[in-house]
Design a protein around this ligand. Structure first.
Ligand code: CS2
Length: 461
């Protein structure tokens, strides 16, 4: 079967890819970006007829993404799996693919290009290389970038490019972090401080916050086969996604930008209530189902949420522990939102693996669960479902041999001699990179966690 490319186009992209020039750089060219910002950017180009917002996509790690996309002229399909038959759409908005470790200089040059006025990022929580809310200056890669080599870290890439630019830049973080824009601004500022020089263009550059939402599981062989069947050509870069897509962006730009609102995004003055609702309801429940589900032997989130006990716990987490901490964004009914989230998780066509959502817990937990936990304890509540989610993470970390987490060595060495539930809780709760001091010293919390870890620990452990 021939492979998808500009000369092998079974489904014409909504915009002529050849007409697009590069105006946006995206850092973190994974499946999520391809199913989200790249789609909205293409829809905006179709709605406006403006061809200056093609995307230069940067893969931060391996060359695999380039090997998938380059032979296909940057084209790929989004395979949408909802309750009906799957559909495919070919997306043409990615016009260049760079691999940062191979060509770090080209990445900086592209961001510094005057035709580029916007950078978007999906580099996951760990990609920010933060510690204690600021830049981790002990990180060896950050240290190496600070010596002046062509930068390899995201913060180093942005800083080096800003230092070369005359026009200010808008940098839109699209990761699941609290106040992601201001957070990234702080990291870049700290990087400049460590270098001893901040370029003038930094003050006028903008870091709007944004909230992104779409469930995008890792692509499987089945998905590739399904896409090939629907397209009649092979697509090595196909991504699979649910029909739902949401992008809320703080309307705070230093210069021109794609008319993303014409592609379905919402531009607003205040993203915070949206972001809190999404992180604390969707992502928190996702993580809880991933840990409890994996411990019960479920492969996918859909299987986990079809377990009546887990579904009831997810509902309780949302309604009793999370919603009391939230201020609803304008026009959003939080209870209805929570119910929709659980329906989306139950989509049986999405094979979203519990182990995929479970990875990187050390950087996800603080954002998704621990802020809410802190708020509930301060309010004098006993948030037993929230703590159960934390306990499930603890047991998962303790019982998973090859843990996929940036702090895996530290977690495993903390647990080296932990054979009882009390020892497991004490070892993990003591880690200051995860638990703030206020939670470490909350006595009721420790006792509750010990009981719950004991109840969740498999008998042969
Ligand atoms: C998930 C998210 O992998 C995870 O940790 O919770 O990727 C989730 O699917 C997205 O945030 C949905 O928008």
């Amino acid at each position: 079967m021939p492979r998808l490319s500009l000369t092998n186009l079974p489904v014409t992209p909504a915009v002529d890819p050849g007409s697009l020039s590069i105006g946006v750089v995206h850092l973190g060219l994974g499946a999520f970006h391809r199913a989200h910002q790249a789609v909205v950017t293409e829809r905006a180009a179709v709605a406006t007829g403006n061809t200056r917002w093609g995307i230069s996509g940067v893969s931060q790690r391996s060359a695999a993404v380039r090997e998938q996309l380059a032979p296909q002229d940057g084209l790929y399909a989004v395979l949408e799996r909802g309750l009906g038959d799957p559909t495919v759409q070919v997306i043409g908005s990615i016009r260049e693919v760079l691999t940062a470790p191979e060509s770090p200089e080209a990445v900086v040059a592209r961001i510094a290009d005057p035709a580029v006025s916007v950078v978007t990022l999906t580099v996951t929580e760990k990609g920010y290389r933060a510690k204690g809310g600021g830049l981790d200056l002990d990180d060896p890669e950050i240290q190496a970038d600070l010596t002046g080599r062509p930068p390899r870290t995201v913060v180093g890439q942005l800083a080096a490019a800003l230092a070369r630019r005359e026009a200010p830049l808008t940098i839109v973080s699209c990761d699941n972090l609290v106040a992601n824009g201001p957070f990234l601004r702080r990291l870049v500022a700290e990087y400049f401080d460590a270098r001893g020089k901040t370029p003038d263009v930094f003050a006028a550059s903008r870091f709007p916050a944004s909230m992104v939402d779409r469930i995008v599981p890792a692509t499987t062989e089945d998905d590739r086969a399904e896409a090939a069947r629907l397209l009649g050509v092979r697509d090595e870069a196909v991504v699979v996604a649910e029909p739902f897509l949401q992008w809320i962006i703080e309307d705070e730009f230093a210069g021109d930008r794609p008319a993303w609102e014409r592609g379905g995004a919402v531009l607003t003055a205040d993203v915070a209530p949206w972001e809190q609702a999404k992180l604390r309801i969707l992502n928190a429940t996702h993580s809880m189902l991933a840990y409890l589900g994996a411990l019960r032997g479920y492969e996918t989130i859909a299987e986990a949420v079809r377990d009546d006990e887990l579904a009831a716990l997810a509902h309780t987490l949302i309604t009793e522990d999370v919603i009391p901490t939230l201020t609803p964004p304008d026009g959003l009914d939080l209870t209805a939102y929570g119910a929709t989230v659980l329906e989306r998780f139950a989509n049986p066509a999405l094979k979203h693996r519990t182990t995929q959502v479970a990875m990187d817990g050390s950087v996800k937990l603080p954002v998704r669960l621990l802020g809410t936990l802190q708020d509930r304890l301060t309010a004098g509540a006993e948030p037993t479902t929230l703590t159960l989610a934390v306990a499930a993470w603890m047991v998962y970390v303790h019982t998973t041999p090859a843990l996929d987490d940036p702090q895996a060595p530290a977690l495993k060495s903390a647990l080296a001699n932990a054979t009882t539930p009390t020892a497991v809780v004490d070892a993990l709760l003591a880690l200051p990179t995860i638990f703030p001091a206020t939670l470490q010293s909350a006595p009721a919390l420790r006792d509750l966690l010990i009981t719950q870890v004991a109840a969740l620990t498999p008998r042969n452990q």
